[in-house]
Structures are given as structure tokens and as C-alpha cells.
Design a protein around this ligand. Structure first.
Ligand code: NAD
Length: 361
């Protein structure tokens, strides 16, 4: 059977790592009809938007896509294409497994946890008002009218919406995932001691949902204590269900526990559409040099293959990555530097992909 999949190479290191990923997937023998689509700053000139309608149309048709990272201008310019895709297809659950591999260069061993990040609301909702705008003045009037101290007149404001329905569906997703994957515990990550309205609501709903899953252990932890706990004893964690912004930050922290950003895959899942992508960004500092680690993109493809029902091929890819890293003689610079402090004898992105292919059973 041939699967139709949209491939968005992205920018920065995206084209290099997606090309490596594609070769590894093709070497498994799974038949994929890749519908390659460009998005990001590179298409702005031609289409006047970083996310043209025909790209959305292609994803709507296939219902499944894999992408490389796409650069978002900092502070000004267009909003994140990655966030826009998640919003457009209501990809509410971001699933990011963090699993130690032999030879991954990390100081930690046997880390095996999964972050389930809410992907559609929180400070990522994109409702923001610039300093000096009339909306800021109006909001300040509202604050004063509610009997609270007004904020500084030269403030910019980002709004943090957290809803009952979306809190419920992400926590339910985390519990269902835990059940399906034989996981034992779900930890709700929040800051409800300070944000009593938003995070407080989220925690209340999480506790309600947890009662329906007596077979799965449940606890909750404040986000700062979670970060310390993850660094001190990551083995205490199993599935972490996080609001959007905490999930973003905790994901990078957890990538650091398993060898770095080059190792951490991910999936954005909605009711109809799923888009797979690594946790990391476009890494402009190393783009175009054939030195990026494509493991996170390759493992994201393994998650895609699971989603397509090609579980044997997915497992063969994971085993080949494990074997390549365990052997340790053909790894990219980020891994080698972590292991030995030197970049001597490392291989490039494509040569590493060749090594993974040679280890495919
Ligand atoms: P980044 O993840 O791109 O890079 C952080 C550090 O990790 C850099 O030193 C980089 O060289 C290194 N790194 C990342 N991926 C690597 C890999 N595969 N192999 C080896 N080293 C790797 O984060 P950033 O620099 O903060 O962001 C760059 C751009 O990416 C920004 O515009 C940001 O908005 C965007 N971004 C996109 C996505 C996405 O497409 N989903 C996600 C995060 C960030």
C-alpha cells in the first residue's frame, strides 16, 4: 500500500535533516508518495504569506504530514508557521517521547518519559496587544474597575486563555496515551499556586479526569519544582501533561536529558490530522553545513510510520538508530562532543543517515 504524506522541508537545517529522514524511510521499503510543500520566509515573496493556502489544502487532503523546522522572526514579523499549522488543524496534543539511547552522549541513563503538551491555547493563543495600543488602555480600565491595581501604562499585554473543554481533552489524551502505551503515571504540570484562575482551572479538571483512570497513578507538580525534579531524578517521571508554554520549555529540558535537541522527536495530533516534527528549531547557526543531527527527524518519521500502521518499519528504524548510536563510530558532532569533548572523527548528516540505513534489519 502506498501512503500519501505531505513533506514540508522547512528552512535552516530542515532541508538537510528531512532529506536524511526521507532516505531512511525509503530504505525500509514502505511506499510513500511524498507531496513536497514549501512554507516559511522563503515563500513570502511569491505568495505574500509564509503559509500559503495550497499547503493547507495538501495537508487537508492527506491528513498526515512530516516537517522540518521553520524559522519564526523574533519580536516582529510574521507569526509562527508551526503554531499556525497546529491551530489550523486543531492539533491539540503535542507528544514528545524522551528516551535514552546507548551512546547518546547524555549524563543520564535509562530516561524514558513522554511529554504531552497542550498545543492550542495558553500564551500561545497569539492574543497580544502592543505597548501604547488603545486595547491596552481599555484593558487597564477593566483591571481598575475590577478593584485591582492598574498595570504600568507602558505595558504590552499577552493574554493567557485556558478553557475547561481544552484542559479536559488534553488530560484525557494523556491518560488514554498512558493506557495505550502501558505507562504507569501521569503528572500534571502547572503553576496553580500563582495563576489560580487559569492554571487552577486546569489542575481542577486534571484531578477530575484522573478519577476516571484509577489504573494510572496521578500526581501534580508545580512547573519550577518539575524542572528541578527532572534534573535531579528524571526516573520519577513517566507521562507529563503540560500547558502549552510549560510544555515548550520542559520539552527542551527533557531533550537535554537524552542527548540534546538533535535526539528529541515529536508529533502534533488532532482528531483528523497529524503532523510530525522534531522538538528543535531551524538551528540557523549550523544550517547548510551537513553537521546537524537528523536523529530527531528520523525518530519523528518512526512516529509517523506508527501512525500509518507501519509499525514494523517504525521499530526497524528505532532499532537502527539505537544500533548506530551504540556503535558510536559514525555519529554527528553534537553527540561526539558530548561523549568525548572532541569533534574528531565525526560524520555529517547524510553519512549518519547512511549508517542508520546500513543498520536497518
Ligand atoms: P534551535 O532548536 O533551532 O537551536 C538551539 C540549539 O540547538 C542551537 O545551538 C542548534 O545548533 C542546536 N540544534 C538544534 N537542532 C539540532 C540538531 N538537529 N543537531 C544539532 N544541533 C541542533 O532553537 P533556536 O535557535 O532558538 O531557534 C531557531 C529558529 O527555529 C527560531 O526561528 C525558532 O522560532 C524556530 N523554531 C521552530 C520550531 C519548529 O519548526 N517547530 C521549533 C522551535 C524553534
Amino acid at each position: 500500500m502506498t501512503h500519501d504524506v505531505v513533506l514540508i522541508p522547512g528552512d535552516g537545517i530542515g532541508p538537510e535533516i528531512t532529506s536524511a529522514m526521507r532516505r531512511v524511510v525509503e530504505a525500509t521499503g514502505v511506499q510513500i508518495n511524498w507531496n513536497v510543500q514549501d512554507a516559511g520566509a522563503g515563500v513570502m515573496g511569491e505568495y505574500g504569506t509564509p503559509l500559503p493556502e495550497h499547503v493547507l489544502e495538501a495537508v487537508r487532503a492527506t491528513k498526515v504530514a512530516i516537517k522540518g523546522p521553520i524559522t519564526t522572526p523574533v519580536g516582529t514579523g510574521f507569526r509562527s508557521v508551526n503554531v499556525a499549522l497546529r491551530k489550523e488543524f486543531d492539533l491539540y496534543a503535542c507528544v514528545r517521547p524522551c528516551l535514552s539511547q546507548p551512546g547518546d552522549g547524555s549524563r543520564y541513563r535509562d530516561v524514558d518519559l513522554v511529554i504531552v503538551r497542550e498545543n492550542t491555547e495558553d500564551l500561545y493563543a497569539g492574543i497580544e496587544f502592543d505597548e501604547g495600543s488603545p486595547e491596552v488602555v481599555e484593558l487597564n480600565k477593566l483591571v481598575e474597575a475590577s478593584g485591582q491595581k492598574p498595570f504600568a501604562a507602558d505595558s504590552a499585554i499577552s493574554i493567557k486563555p485556558i478553557s475547561i473543554a481544552r484542559s479536559r481533552r488534553i488530560v484525557e489524551y494523556a491518560f488514554e496515551y498512558a493506557r495505550r502505551c502501558g505507562r504507569k503515571k501521569v503528572t500534571c504540570v502547572h503553576k496553580a499556586n500563582i495563576m489560580k484562575a487559569t492554571d487552577g482551572l486546569y489542575l481542577r479538571i486534571a484531578r477530575e479526569v484522573a478519577e476516571r483512570y484509577p489504573d494510572i497513578e496521578f500526581n501534580d507538580k508545580i512547573v519550577d519544582a518539575t524542572c528541578m525534579g527532572l534534573v535531579q531524578e528524571p526516573h520519577d517521571f513517566d507521562v507529563l501533561v503540560c500547558l502549552n508554554l510549560y510544555g515548550d520549555i520542559v520539552s527542551d529540558l527533557c531533550a537535554g536529558l537524552v542527548g540534546g535537541l538533535g535526539m528529541a522527536p515529536g508529533a502534533n495530533i488532532g482528531a483528523d490530522v497529524a503532523i510530525f516534527e522534531p522538538t528543535h528549531g531551524s538551528a540557523p547557526d549550523i544550517a547548510g553545513k551537513d553537521i546537524a543531527n537528523p536523529t530527531a527527524e528520523i525518530l519523528s518519521a518512526a512516529m509517523l510510520l506508527d501512525h500509518l500502521g507501519e509499525t514494523d518499519a517504525a521499530e526497524r528504524i528505532r532499532a537502527a538508530v539505537r544500533a548506530t548510536l551504540a556503535e558510536g563510530s559514525q555519529v554527528t558532532g553534537d553527540v561526539q562532543r558530548a561523549l568525548t569533548g572532541s569533534a574528531e572523527g565525526v560524520v555529517g548528516t547524510q553519512e549518519y543517515a547512511d549508517a542508520v540505513i546500513s543498520h536497518l534489519a
